[in-house]
Design a protein around this ligand. Structure first.
Ligand code: ATP
Ligand code: SF4
Ligand code: MG
Length: 318
């Protein structure tokens, strides 16, 4: 029987954003009513355009930010009830850009052992040994320990970031666009490393990407996010073979720009990504949906079971 390791229940996160000196602040819904489960050992791919709420969802899952509604559970326990050490041993993150996530003035040894020092784990020698073990695990020689990030290539730096994420031996790793800042030639090496580590260490991943090729390579399940909501979710093979939400179909047909922040080419969808402080009524996707019907602009679609397993939120299903 598979075990649910990570679970989001009705997660919401809103921000109050200023609209200038005289205007009242607006409410921005970054994450709305998100339900997700990730099974132990599984890889959930989370895809969607820039600004749809992927990184916000990641921060909520990590317990770095409190949700405005709903709950995150790891191994059945609310993350909000865990202390920092317990959380650090359960869940870690690898960010997109190792250039900005690694302190340029610290040696690799200092970077990789930082979580151990923060949590007062081991003495100096034990920490150094653990760092060397981690480097070996990610395919870097021990001598790299004394180097600064500037002495390393982009791919090596991302390996250091992976070593740092794994030093606490977490059960779950969130990879937020782990390869999009890297040269194409090293992207697949990093993905293969993540895949090997998953098998070797029995890790569970949430792979965030707007690049469906990355997700196709790794994911066992896929969730598609649009304007803060999960609009379709299912088994990776079924979702890629038979996407049922119009947005998923468009995402699959699009040639995405490799850089995050650029989103989809406008030609694929006509109107550009809407303002998240002014959510469209009814189905949030209706202003851009090629299949929109009259009901779509007034009534929000309900979540229904998806043919082939999973869920989809679209009136076409009714
Ligand atoms: N701290 C914050 N304060 C105000 N708005 C925020 C904050 N963090 C995120 N947002 C807004 O929430 C929405 C979702 O942002 P988020 O960074 O989660 O998107 P994303 O899917 O990760 O995008 P990308 O693919 O570009 O990384 C955006 O409209 C963003 O501007
Ligand atoms: S509910 Fe309507 S607008 Fe929304 S995705 Fe389905 S068809 Fe398109
Ligand atoms: Mg992001």
């Amino acid at each position: 029987m598979s075990e649910v390791l990570l679970e989001a229940r009705e997660l919401n996160r809103t921000y109050s954003v200023s609209r200038g000196l005289l205007a009242r602040p607006a409410t921005l819904c970054a994450v709305s009513g998100v339900n997700l489960t990730v099974e132990r050992g599984g890889v959930l791919g989370l895809v969607g355009e820039s600004g749809c709420g992927k990184s916000t969802l990641a921060r909520l899952l990590l317990g770095l930010e409190a949700p405005t509604g709903g709950q995150v559970l790891i191994g059945g326990r609310p993350v909000s009830e865990m202390d920092r050490l317990e959380r650090a041993r359960k869940i870690q993150i690898i960010f997109q850009d190792p250039n900005s996530s690694l302190n340029p003035r610290k040696t690799v040894l200092s970077i990789v052992t930082l979580p151990l020092r923060v949590h007062r784990i081991g003495d100096r020698r034990e920490r150094e040994n653990r760092a060397a073990e981690m480097l070996e695990l990610v395919g870097l020689p021990r001598r790299v320990l004394t180097r600064l990030p500037a002495d390393l290539s982009g791919g090596q730096r991302q390996r250091v970031a992976i070593a740092r994420a794994l030093v606490m031996r977490p059960e779950i790793v969130i990879c937020d666009e782990p390869t999009s800042a890297l040269d194409v030639s090293v992207q697949s090496q990093i993905l293969n490393l993540l895949q090997d580590l998953r098998h070797e260490l029995g890790l569970t991943y949430l792979m965030i990407s707007h690049n469906l090729a990355v997700v196709r390579h790794m994911a066992t399940r896929v969730a598609v996010m649009y304007l803060g909501r999960i609009v379709e979710e299912g088994d990776a093979s079924s979702l890629f073979a038979e996407p049922q939400h119009p947005y998923t179909r468009i995402l699959l047909d699009s040639v995405l720009t490799p850089e995050p922040g650029k989103g989809l080419p406008e030609t694929a969808l006509g109107a550009s990504f809407p303002d998240p402080t002014e959510l469209p009524a009814g189905c949030r996707f209706h202003p851009r949906c090629p299949k929109a019907m009259a009901i779509c602009s007034s009534e929000a679609p309900r979540l229904t079971s998806r043919q082939g397993g999973g869920r989809v939120e679209c009136h076409l299903q009714d």
